[in-house]
Design a protein around this ligand. Structure first.
Ligand code: 13P
Ligand code: SF4
Length: 337
């Protein structure tokens, strides 16, 4: 997790353009001048509302200019729990903002755009999970439900324990049960199955961003760049993960790329992560898979500004759902301390 210091925040349009043009030549001086105005007003509103901005690694690079913390799902969940503020603006997708509300109900949690959903989270409902759990419990009385954090609060409330891409295998191994219903990501479930002797029963849903990446695309790059290190997200297909040097969460990919002596990397996940690497590790080469998560990209600087101006869109949850979902998240945090 990155606590962002002064070096991430640029004050003039020229400074901002020279920074952002490392990832994209479409950041014109005019656009950057507009961003600088937005950033100044956002910073003033943050003070006025005692607000903190948390941002996921996939966010647009200009969002990092106003973020207090940037990280992966687990880091942001932990940070949400600890943060002391009156308003928490979540630059990420809906389930992440909801997770923040579950672990820290006191501040007003805002998501700048309610269209920022997630194809995985939409792949399962609490009712469907309850039905499947009931029928599986007849066959496996010790069954436990492990839900990926990319789920609604209602689905978390139906689950025994939550997990993220950085701790899925550890959570499954730490449970006493040998039979696990793992929801909703079929690819992550298969990845976990490879590392455990337990019986992993997978739900059938996937992330549209990662699931579209094929082994042929990886092979093509490997043939051209024999020295390249291939880092993939475990939401990728099994045959893609099989070709990787490492399968890691988004923040673990950041650390690996920074710490490895290798000089060139293929980053197989949403493009926002390779953009972060291009900005922060200019001495190394990053090739990207060019897959955009349209949900993550719904969040814009203008959206963050309007969110703070109008204190919208507030994330609220029925208290009963929140406390049941909290026990699945707390169980994860306790097992994976
Ligand atoms: P991380 O927890 O690895 O950041 O992943 C979140 C996500 O949505 C990946 O698609
Ligand atoms: Fe959901 Fe996939 Fe987007 Fe991550 S990249 S938020 S899993 S749709």
């Amino acid at each position: 997790m990155e606590q962002l210091g002064e070096s991430f925040h640029h004050e003039t349009a020229e400074q901002l353009q020279s920074h952002l043009s490392k990832v994209d030549s479409n950041y014109t001086l005019e656009k950057c001048a507009q961003y600088v105005e937005y950033i100044q007003e956002i910073n003033a509103l943050k003070q006025q509302h005692n607000a903190v901005v948390l941002a996921h690694n996939y966010q647009r690079p200009e969002i990092f200019e106003v973020a207090d913390v940037v990280g992966d799902s687990l880091e942001l969940a932990r940070q949400s729990r600890n943060v002391a503020c009156d308003t928490l603006v979540f630059c990420g997708v809906h389930f992440m903002a909801e997770t923040a509300k579950i672990v820290n109900p006191e501040p007003t949690v805002l998501l700048p755009d309610l269209r920022a959903g997630c194809s995985l989270a939409e792949g399962i409902t609490a009712d469907a999970l309850a039905d499947r759990k009931e029928s599986l419990l007849r066959i496996y009385p010790d069954l436990k439900v492990v839900c990926y954090v990319n789920t609604t609060a209602e689905v978390k409330a139906e689950s025994d324990v939550c997990c993220t891409s950085s701790n899925a295998l550890e959570i499954v191994q730490a449970l006493e049960s040998d039979n696990i219903l793992f929801v909703p990501d079929e690819n992550l479930a298969r990845y976990v199955q490879k590392g455990t002797r337990k019986n992993i029963i997978a739900w059938e849903a996937n992330c549209y961003v990662h699931h579209q990446i094929t082994p042929e695309q990886i092979q093509e790059v490997r043939e051209k760049l024999p020295e390249v290190k291939v880092l993939v997200h475990p939401e990728c297909r099994e045959d893609v993960i099989a070709l990787a040097d490492a399968a890691l969460s988004t923040s673990a990919m950041m650390r690996y790329a920074k710490e490895s002596p290798a000089k060139e990397f293929l980053i197989v996940t949403e493009c926002g992560l390779s953009d972060r690497l291009l900005l922060e590790v200019p001495e190394k080469k990053f090739y990207k898979s060019c897959k955009l998560c349209s949900y993550m990209k719904m969040i814009t600087l203008e959206g963050v500004l309007n969110s703070l101006r109008k204190l919208r869109y507030e994330i609220t949850l029925p208290e009963e759902t929140r406390t049941r979902a909290l026990s699945a998240i707390n169980r994860m945090l306790d097992l994976n301390a």
